[in-house]
Design a protein around this ligand. Structure first.
Ligand code: COA
Length: 297
């Protein structure tokens, strides 16, 4: 009997039990294993995968993180970690998986993703449009506290009582409800900082996390009222780690990008921010500087 074509194999839900198989797939494709990130995405989102017919783990995977609608918003789903094992590449598997996820599982739901140059043609074929770009920066952050003119911004570690205000600010800026993701941040990240209005009335003007990803700490989400608040948050987070930093900054935030590069971070890649069934991302891009991860928005 002829074995089924790779694109006819069943697509199944992935769970946290698939974490190692997902990390193996990342490694197979030359990406880092990123177990910690996979763990978050599989727990907070919905993973989809195809078991490899040769019995060696997964042939393909992706993860969808769904965010609820808030008043004046329609909700959103972010797709990430789209991967096909090297030995099954260019056989239509990526297309089959993404077609199922976008046209069946998430039919009618506004979608977003960050696309690598490899993924982009496929997403365009599925109706995604490029609405922006994010620049990936990595490097050791040079601490120049004395010369940083951002001392006026009050930044401190977040405490449990901050959570409702963080959620409120996040929903306003992200434009969709990501409570299930934000409430995981205190455990997922190594540092979570908030910035407060200097008036002392307790209004949050920003928040940011640094979470461990292999040898780096990723800065994200980074939500801030203005450049001074964003740089103050990054400076505070950088002060708490000796690891290189990684962050993916919306290219419209030129001042922050220049500031990060002055302090030693280097441009590694550009990803296209794409959407489908929604003309642009909801929320307020001027206060949204970097995503939690490009895989989840
Ligand atoms: C991107 C990826 C998921 C595509 O999966 P795939 O099963 O190999 O892709 P398919 O065979 O279904 O091809 C779909 C289309 O994607 C495009 N594509 C796939 N691989 C490509 C490559 N190496 N270079 C350029 N375009 C490519 C082509 O348009 C292709 O259509 P075609 O074969 O009719 O020309 C896979 O190459 C991969 O895992 N890459 C590494 C990880 C990555 O970059 N993921 C995307 C994150 S956004």
């Amino acid at each position: 009997m002829t074995p089924p074509h790779i694109t006819d194999l069943p697509i199944r839900a992935l769970t946290v039990d698939d974490l190692h198989r997902c990390a193996d797939l990342s490694e197979d494709r030359g990406w880092l294993r990123e177990d910690h990130k996979w763990g978050l995405l599989l727990a907070a989102g919905n993973g989809y995968g195809v078991d490899a017919p040769d019995g060696r783990g997964l042939a393909a995977a992706c993860v969808v993180t769904r965010y609820g609608g808030i008043p004046a918003g329609s909700g959103l789903a972010a797709i990430g970690m789209v991967l096909v094992a090297d030995r099954y590449a260019r056989q239509g598997l990526g297309r089959a998986l993404m077609t199922h996820v976008c046209n069946d599982a998430l039919k009618g739901v506004p979608l977003t993703l960050h696309a690598t140059p490899h993924g982009r043609p496929l997403y365009e074929e599925l109706g995604f449009k490029t609405t922006g770009r994010a620049e990936m920066l990595v490097g050791s952050f040079r601490k120049e506290a004395a010369s940083d003119p951002h001392g006026a911004v009050r930044v401190r570690r977040a405490v449990a009582e901050d959570l409702p205000r963080i959620l409120h600010l996040d929903a306003e800026v992200f434009g969709a409800d990501r409570t299930h993701m934000v409430t995981r941040l205190p455990a997922f990240s190594d540092q979570l900082m908030v910035a407060e209005d200097s008036s002392g009335d307790g209004t949050l003007t920003g928040y940011a996390a640094a979470w461990p990803n292999m040898h780096t700490h990723v800065i994200g989400p980074l939500i801030a009222r203005d450049t001074a608040t964003a740089t103050a948050l990054v400076t505070a987070l950088a002060g708490g780690t000796d690891r290189p930093l990684r962050t993916d900054v919306d290219v419209r935030h030129e001042e922050l990008l220049a500031w990060l590069k002055e302090r030693g971070l280097e441009s590694v890649a550009f990803n296209a921010v794409m959407t489908r069934d929604i003309p642009d991302l909801p929320g307020d891009w001027t206060r949204r500087w970097a995503p939690l991860t490009v895989a989840a928005g």
